[in-house]
Design a protein around this ligand. Structure first.
Ligand code: GDP
Ligand code: MG
Length: 178
């Protein structure tokens, strides 16, 4: 069988992951793209993005998912990082309120750097650590509702909702453009 699909349309979407340092951005991406988790991950060096394919309505959709190289520690994620992004995950750590309090700032930065509709999900990561939770599910939901974002709690450690969160954003982008 001929596997070339020269009649099929192709889509390439850029998705960025933002949020404070150590909330689990790199692990969410490695869990989604390679099914890997690293307990002692250092700030990402070198890797700019990972590409994941999925099929929607019989069409091939490629998501180019960008991870910061740790520059969020210096509050200086560059505009190149955001350029062309049509999807975003804003991540906080449910065990550290300070990372939740940063969300409006990240949202502001995202808006400043984007000129189109960006399908955005608020992600409360590390939900496996419910015993030391500092941000309630309700607070996450309320903020997302107020800002018009999707919302999900995830765990890169035990995989809860990781695939679901990325794929929901990618589907929403597809809906926005098609
Ligand atoms: P980043 O700075 O936002 O990219 O965060 P990392 O992905 O480097 O993760 C920071 C730390 O949090 C690492 O020690 C990870 O092992 C840990 N971590 C990331 N995601 C989770 C999670 O879902 N649950 C738990 N318990 N730890 C996590
Ligand atoms: Mg990282």
């Amino acid at each position: 069988m001929d596997s070339s699909d020269d009649e099929g349309e192709e889509y390439l979407f850029k998705v960025v992951i933002i949020g404070d340092s150590a909330v689990g951005k790199s692990n969410l991406l490695s869990r989604y793209a390679r099914n890997e988790f690293n307990l002692h991950s250092k700030a990402t060096i070198g890797v700019e993005f990972q590409t994941q394919n999925m099929e929607i309505d019989g069409k091939e959709v490629k998501a180019q998912i960008w991870d910061t190289a740790g520059q969020e520690r210096f509050r200086a994620v560059t505009s190149a990082y955001y350029r062309g992004a049509v999807g975003a995950l804003i991540v906080y750590d449910i065990t550290r309120t300070i990372t939740f309090d940063s969300v409006p700032r990240w949202l502001e930065e995202l808006k400043t750097h984007s000129d189109t509709t960006v399908a955005t999900m608020l992600v409360g990561n590390k939900c496996d650590l419910g015993n030391i939770r500092a941000v309630s599910v309700e607070d996450g939901k309320n903020l997302a509702e107020k800002e018009g974002l999707f919302f999900m709690e995830t765990s890169a450690l035990d995989s809860t909702n990781v695939k679901t969160a990325f794929e929901l954003v990618i589907r929403e982008i597809y809906n926005n453009v098609s």
